[in-house]
Design a protein around this ligand. Sequence first.
Ligand code: CU
Length: 225
Amino acid sequence: MNERVLLGVVILTLVIAGASLTQTFLLTAAVTDQSRHIDQLASQFGDLAGIVSSLMTAQNSPTTQSNVVYLYVVPDFGGSTYDAFVLPAAFSGNTPNASSTTGTAPNNNITVTHGVPIKFVISNIDTAVLQNFTSQVSVPFTIYNDTNSGQVALQYTQGQTISNMAISHTFSIPNLQVNIPIPPDTMIVFTYTFSTPGVYSYLCTTPCGAGMGLAGYMLGYITVT
Ligand SMILES: [Cu+2]
């Protein structure tokens, strides 16, 4: 073997070894990245599970909370891709029964008294923008946004026109013309006085509607006594 051929063989060997090392390095980096991603997801789901289980066991009765209804919008409740309105368990009434086609649905039925102002506080932990919302405000409400510079409250008054608001869901009581938009990662507060006893359904009409509007998920019932 002459020197030139030997040099060629050495260079080729080095190139192959280098490529193989690079590949090993890239593979290791990808695996590390993926484990980090899985860890991150696991911790997020852990947080969500913690939030949901604390909500399900929290003691919030209408008497101790002075007619305040706390609801949470939980994305992908139970991992079935069904989002849900979740109410602290002790607040919810039993009529009619919440039922669903999948998993264990939270009992999100609400019982309130007629003729008394009821304050609704809805916290949305869904970060997804799912649709634009255009409507005229029938029931005044406030949206609380958490920003880097603190909490910002946006007031919406009766008759005001909302056009193309980026939202995750709505809180709607179709029979009472209540239709409140819920942007991602916000808290919505409004007060409503039910004038007539009865059972009213509430749901997310935009975008969930009939498809995801299952009882116990994004559909529930308000019993007005
Ligand atoms: Cu929805």
